[in-house]
Design a protein around this ligand. Structure first.
Ligand code: GLA
Length: 349
């Protein structure tokens, strides 16, 4: 069942006064609400024996999504995460992107895909958001035509399917920036987590990968066996954790071939909700909400926004890949189609 409701009206200069609708996909186990602005996940409630529980953080007002900096639940791109100094070269041409994060370019720039008003198409069981990013937008080459489809799965999850084509060679790293807290609120440290990643990308102090692809063995980034998030997060004798201000790193999945694989399992502090992440992407940016805490933008229902009270598992390719020859290819050429999907699947006790 899919229902549609007005969420707010846009107040920025680009789409001033336009109405933004939210769509709720619901079955007996999960209720997912997504909206046209940013193709954003507003809410994901899971049905537990003790009642419905919020698992994804969101704001009450559209204005917060327009103004705040956390990219809550949004589709981010054209390039998710950072590009060093906003510079890259492709086929001998140098490109300069908007600098919006210290000295770097982050999540698509001044007006990334999180600020786009996407067009919704609703079918029996899916909501698809479509948008075009014009050639030169935010400095990127090529007209990018894309869609993001949300569906509920029979196994108790929601799936995000991305598609994109370009008319000229470009670079692309789309992901979703949902902030999870399986307890609904509170410090995330007591969630248990397992991630099928045997390597990670250390960063410099501007959070740009150094270029090294390092084994997680013996580091706080080794989640190959289940452990508390706090065990990694609070390892403040580790240089990478100190530089990153916590966990804010790209973890590279173990090579298990092509296709969708189960890559992460997170258990709520009370053990009542288990979330599994299935994806065909090669990496995940595991972000422990270190920059949360902007008091001007409380979460749903007036809950204070607090540092490390939510985490993101942004399935993607390698950040800043275009500037590192040893990283995975992030280019998309004319005639190719970018097709990828990620499912967040919940089970309850
Ligand atoms: C990503 C980055 C973080 C931070 C958030 C948004 O996850 O890796 O450093 O910028 O987005 O606040």
């Amino acid at each position: 069942m899919i229902t549609k409701k007005l969420f707010g009206t846009v107040s920025d200069n680009f789409n001033y006064g336009k109405e933004v609708y939210a769509y709720t996909l619901a079955n007996d186990s999960i209720e997912l609400t997504v909206m046209e602005y940013g193709a954003t996940i507003l809410r994901a409630r899971v049905n537990t024996p003790a009642g419905w529980r919020d698992t994804v953080c969101g704001y009450d007002a559209l204005r917060s999504y327009e103004e705040a900096e956390g990219y809550l639940g949004a589709v981010v791109g054209r390039i998710g995460n950072r590009i060093c100094r906003g510079k890259f070269s492709l086929d001998g041409v140098d490109y300069s992107l908007y600098i919006n994060n210290g000295v770097n370019h982050l999540h698509g720039g001044k007006r990334g895909f999180d600020k786009k008003l996407w067009t919704a198409t609703v079918s029996d069981d899916a909501v698809t958001f479509s948008a075009v990013s014009p050639d030169g937008e935010e400095g990127y080459p090529g007209t990018l035509t894309m869609s993001v489809t949300y569906t509920l799965t029979a196994e108790g999850g929601f799936k995000i399917a991305y598609r994109a084509t370009t008319d000229k060679k470009t670079i692309l790293n789309l992901t979703n920036h949902a902030y999870f807290n399986l307890a609904g609120e509170g410090y995330i440290g007591s969630h248990k987590i397992l991630i099928d990643a045997d390597r990670y990308l250390p960063t410099d102090d501007t959070l740009i990968p150094t270029g090294e692809i390092k084994s997680v063995k013996g580091t706080p980034f080794d989640f190959t066996e289940e452990k508390l998030i706090s065990e990694g997060l609070e390892a403040d004798d580790n240089e990478d954790i100190v530089i990153g201000g916590g966990i804010d790193h790209c973890l590279v999945f173990a090579d298990r071939g092509e296709g969708v694989k189960e890559r992460a399992t997170v258990t709520s502090p009370d053990g009542s909700i288990v979330m599994k992440v299935f994806t065909d992407r090669p990496c995940v940016q595991f972000y422990s909400g270190n920059f949360l805490g902007d008091e001007r933008y409380p979460f749903r229902g007036g809950k204070p926004q607090q540092r490390r009270h939510a985490f993101c598992l942004e399935t993607q390719s390698m950040p800043d890949a275009i500037n590192h020859e040893n990283f995975l290819d992030c280019t998309l050429s004319a005639g190719e189609e970018f097709v990828t999907c990620t499912e967040y699947r919940f089970s309850v006790k």
